[in-house]
Design a protein around this ligand. Structure first.
Ligand code: HEM
Length: 406
């Protein structure tokens, strides 16, 4: 696997933070704690652009409201090093509503919300349960597996393929493509552009075929929606939306499932408690989402934006550090502790403000089914070698190798 561009070690996190620092990727909580106490808006000029890292819950929420001055049109976390400018260096993410500001953000979001309402996502429960059971059948007799690769990573691409009406055999390709854009692509723009184009071309073929011959599936439904703003560019809009659903729905959710299994595989007391008491699942899974929040997004200033005692200058970025906000002691008691029965838990793992995750009900369903099914079939398990666990960082953080024995 490619690692992010090599950069110098960090001397001063307040003026030169680096979200790709290997220790930060492994466990960012000590850095957030120090920053929150000393400099809640850290900055860096690494990677060719100044960007800001808020660490306070209230600040992240306030920043999410500054729309469109802090714009989502270029939502990648960091820009790429200038010496990599040889290829198209725009983010290339035509992925509304996440890559749009109002008004486009509003009408594209409206198009997708009904399919992600709580009742609508329930339709995917049985499929997800069968899938989880089949995956477990594949390794349960071995007494060991890689819970990231053999389990967590396998679930969201198949659920999305099922939802969007794609060939289920394509799921492994989706995984590779999404990692190409969001993980490996953050380190190397050539990889990002390659996978972005693969996804776009695949989706153009799929959407065009449905425009010619509608089917009984979700993409055809999107194409047929009566949205005045979409008239004449239906294919482009639906390709963009499908692009987002593919990208936003895959490694986010598998990171959360993987983090939950990592936690219970390294904390036997919590594991035993949850295995003994089903009623704890709702609070335990919300706590996993809070503590191990996977997603950091970015905004880019369209003008100078005064914020507290700093000014975010036109063209600078702000990282929407939802994970860091979720560890703020002012918002959560014992914020750096996992409490699987935490009842007051207004975490913002799914974001805050107008871009709040449209797929949160589906994500929660996938987490609920996959962790419950695992516990029902494999109540006793542990991470076999904690040193062998690897984490992806940057835009989406979660375990990528997770050796488990049971
Ligand atoms: C645990 C899993 C997930 C997490 C933690 C997560 C997190 C997030 C976050 C933080 C945002 C806000 C982005 C921003 O402010 O710029 C977001 C937006 C979004 N997510 Fe998720 N997400 C997850 C799963 C999903 C799934 C399964 C889907 C759908 C298949 C999905 C679809 C979306 C969409 C469409 C948006 C854009 C909403 C908008 O811009 O109006 N997400 N997600």
């Amino acid at each position: 696997m490619l690692s992010p561009p090599a950069t110098a070690p960090v001397d001063d996190w307040t003026t030169d933070y680096d979200i790709f620092d290997p220790e930060y990727v492994k466990d960012p909580t000590p850095v957030w704690k120090d920053l929150r106490e000393g400099c809640p808006m850290a900055r860096t000029d690494r990677r060719g652009i100044r960007s800001w890292l808020p660490t306070k819950y209230a600040d992240v929420q306030a920043l999410a409201k500054i729309v469109p001055e802090l714009s989502s049109k270029d939502p990648l976390v960091v820009t790429l090093p200038p010496d990599m400018d040889v290829v198209d260096n725009s983010s290339g993410l035509n992925a509304p509503p996440i890559s749009a500001d109002p008004p486009e953000q509003i009408w594209t979001r409206r198009m997708i919300l009904p399919a992600f309402a709580p009742r609508a996502v329930e339709a995917h429960r049985e499929f997800t349960e069968d899938l989880c059971n089949r995956l477990i059948d594949g390794f349960i007799d071995d007494g060991r597996c890689d819970a990231a690769v053999d389990y967590a990573q396998q679930i969201p691409p198949r659920v999305i393929a099922h939802m969007l009406g794609f060939d289920p055999n394509k799921a492994d390709d989706f995984t590779e493509w999404v990692r190409g854009v969001l993980e490996l692509g953050l380190a190397d723009p050539k990889i990002r552009v390659k996978y972005r184009d693969i996804i776009q071309n695949f989706l153009i073929t799929e959407v065009t075929s449905r425009a010619k011959e509608p089917r009984d599936d979700y993409l055809s439904e999107l194409l047929a929606m009566d949205i005045p703003e979409m008239k004449g560019r239906e294919i482009q809009v639906v390709v963009g939306i499908a692009n987002l659903l593919l990208i936003a729905g895959i490694d986010t959710t598998w990171s959360s499932i993987g983090s939950a299994l990592y936690h219970f595989g390294t904390h036997p007391d919590d594991r035993r408690r949850l295995a003994a008491d089903d009623a704890l699942f709702p609070t335990a899974l919300e706590e996993m989402l809070r503590y191990y929040s996977p997603v950091t997004m970015a905004r880019m200033a369209q003008e100078d934006v005064p914020f507290g005692d700093i000014v975010i200058r036109d063209g600078e970025k702000v990282l929407m550090n939802f994970p860091g906000a979720n560890h703020d002691e002012d918002a959560f008691e014992d914020a750096d502790k996992v409490l699987i029965d935490r009842t007051r838990n207004r975490h913002i793992a799914f974001g805050s403000g107008i871009h709040r995750c449209a797929g949160s009900n589906l994500a929660r369903l996938e987490m609920d089914v996959s962790v419950r099914t695992w516990f029902a079939r494999i109540p006793e398990f542990e991470v076999s070698n904690p040193d062998a666990v690897t984490w992806a960082g940057g835009q989406v953080r979660g375990p990528r190798k997770l050796p488990m024995r049971f």
